[in-house]
Every structure is written in C-alpha cells, then in structure tokens.
Design a protein around this ligand. Structure first.
Ligand code: UDP
Ligand code: MG
Length: 339
C-alpha cells in the first residue's frame, strides 16, 4: 500500500495559502541543529514573502537513528515551537531512506529536502520558492563550484556523474544534490515509487516535470563531521548505477561478441598453422594469457550479475524502506509505509 495522489495528507493546520515543508534528515548532529534553525529562521520572513499571504512553513526533522543528543535537542525545540516536527526512525537507515520517510510525512504544497550542516544554504530558499511559483515543478539547486570539497571528493564525484550519465537513460544534472524544491505532484509520484534501494538523484531525474535551476556556492560543513566515508560512497555509486541502468549487464554481450570474433580468427590461424607446419607443442605463454584473461572476464561479469541479482533479492523481500518509531510535534497523520 503506497501513497497515491489523492491520499496525500495536507496536514498543516489552518493553512489558507501555500505551505512549504523543509525535510531535514539528521544523524548524530547535536552540534548543528540549533545553528541550522538560526540560519533558517533568518530567512523565514523572506520565505513568507515569497509564499504570499497565508503561507506556512514547517520544518520536519527525520532522525536517522542518532545515538547522541540529537533527538533530545529536537524534542525540546518541538515542545517550544509549533512549526517543527520530528520523525524518529527505529535505527540508522541511511540518508536516502530518511529522506523518503520525510517526503512521505511532509504535507506542504512544496517540499525541500535540506542537509542540517548548512551546506544547503537557506538563503536561496526564497529564490527556489519564487521559481516554483513561476511554474516549475522541480527547482534544482545547482552548486557553482565545489571549493569546499577536497580534490579527491571532487574527482570521484566528477568520475561518478560522468560514468552514470554515460550509462543511464535519464542523465542526472551534475552538481545538483538532494537539495531541491519538489512540488506536491512530484512528491506524490516519488512516494508511490516502490523500490527499496532508492537513489534519490536518479529518481528525481527519472520523474521529469518542468524543471528550473537556482545556483549557489556550496559552503563547508559548519560543524560536526561528514558521515560519508569512501567505502559508503562507493556503495552509493554502485546502488546508483545498478538502480537505474541495465547498461553494465548489456556490455558483456558486446564484449562477448568481440571476443568470439577474435577467438575465431585466432582459432583459424592456429588450425592453419598446425595443418601447414605440423604440431608444435610450445604455447604455454599464449595458453596462460587466454585462460587468465577469460577467467577475469568471467569473474567480472558474474560478479556484476551478482550485484543485480542481490538487488532483485532485496526488492522482492518487500521490506519497508524505513521504520518509524515515533512522531512528535505534528498532527498524527501517518503515511503509507508506517509500521
Ligand atoms: N545523514 C542521515 N543519515 C546518514 C548519514 C547522513 O540522515 O546515515 C544526514 C546528515 O545528518 C546530514 C545529511 O544527511 O543532514 C548530509 O550528511 P553529510 O553532511 O554527512 O554528508 P555530505 O554533505 O558529506 O555528503
Ligand atoms: Mg554535509
């Protein structure tokens, strides 16, 4: 049972005008939450102006199984303010799942997922809202440069997006992250997507819709540490590619065809040579080369197949994407997928 367009909850009470939900996944972020809210509060006036009369703004935190004081801090904010909500997941499910939980529960007419570390600057939210009101269903926030990342992250990101866009049917814009404004109609589509392994950037590009782009400079994380390590980024890249393309599987058909052709050529040479010059035993080197090369090809292609089969296994199990343990600070409107 997945959310559909007419089931989408519009649960911000007393809304006459447009409502904007900001969805913020948090994982061990005790140092950054208050700073984030301060920066966002500095923009509320501008956001309200952009939304027009009767507009509402809500901030929905999704706690992704934090083990520090994150939940306590947000909990006390929820007690003080009516515009903050908190969804606690039962454990760490990863940012994409936390985002999915947030999208399923947020009820604004538009939703913006944001990182809590202020790498997604609230200053451009009013511009994003204006672009939305001019008719875009998706407003991408595109970072101008990646000065704040080190060269290795920049290089790996470029390599990944280059490879992904070469393989995928629906290219993703480079330098656009999860930070973007999504119209309710797009959110409903995303909420209805059944896949367990969610590569949000791929899903965002797959849905299409009228898009607009706002540019910004991506600052450094203001406090705390990044939760990404390279091993996780690698797995993220694998999920991204296997989640939205089948190109890597097809490559092997072509590799196979080329190899078959070359092998026939070589077989003809060997047969011809043997017929003309008789049997000549030495051939250890060429034999080893052939065995090793083909062994390697086999392993790579079977491994690749395994990547896809593993993902099929995960999808057919039909486990929920995330488990919600508790929701505080907002009307008790559950979402499809809650347990
Ligand atoms: N995050 C999360 N679950 C995770 C890892 C990260 O909800 O397992 C959140 C984190 O709290 C932050 C956002 O995702 O709000 C981006 O995380 P981070 O800044 O560590 O990633 P980076 O900016 O380095 O890509
Ligand atoms: Mg960050």
């Amino acid at each position: 049972p997945l959310a559909t367009a007419d089931l989408s909850p519009r649960c911000i009470p007393g809304t006459e005008g447009l409502a904007l939900s900001i969805v913020v996944p948090v994982f061990n972020e005790e140092e950054t939450i208050v700073l984030f809210l301060e920066a966002l509060d500095a923009q509320t006036a501008a956001i309200h102006t952009a939304l027009g009369p009767g507009g509402r703004l809500e901030v929905l935190f999704v706690d992704d199984g934090s083990s520090d004081r994150t939940v306590a801090i947000i909990g006390s904010l929820v007690a003080e303010r009516s515009d903050i909500g908190l969804i606690c997941l039962s454990r760490n499910f990863g940012k994409d799942a936390a985002l999915a939980a947030g999208l399923a529960h947020a009820c604004g007419d538009a939703i913006i997922p944001m990182d809590v570390d202020l790498q997604d600057p609230p200053e451009i939210v009013p511009d994003m809202v204006s672009a939305w009101l001019r008719g875009a269903k998706v407003v991408n926030a595109r970072r101008k440069m990646r000065r704040s990342d080190n060269w290795l992250k920049r290089w790996t990101a470029t390599a990944f997006y280059g490879l992904y866009n070469r393989l995928a049917d629906y290219p993703i814009q480079d330098n656009v992250g999860d930070f973007r404004l999504l119209d309710r109609s797009v959110v409903d589509v995303l909420n209805g997507m059944p896949e367990r392994i969610r590569f949000m950037k791929g899903l965002f590009s797959w849905v299409g819709f009228t898009q607009a782009t706002v540019e910004y400079d991506r600052p450094k994380r203001m406090a705390g540490t990044s939760k990404w390590v390279y091993w996780r980024l690698w797995n993220f890249a694998l999920d991204g590619i296997t989640g939205s393309t089948t190109m890597p599987l097809r490559i092997w058909t072509y590799v196979g065809l080329v190899v078959v052709f070359l092998a026939q050529l070589y077989a003809a040479i060997i047969i011809g040579r043997t017929l003309i010059f008789g049997i000549d035993a030495p051939g250890y080197a060429s034999m080893m080369v052939v065995i090793l090369v083909f062994g390697a090809f086999n392993m790579i292609s079977v491994g690749l197949l395994g990547e896809y089969v593993g993902r099929i296994a995960i999808e057919v199990r039909q486990r929920p994407l995330y488990l919600v343990e508790r929701i505080t600070g907002r009307p008790a409107a559950g979402a499809a997928g809650d347990v």
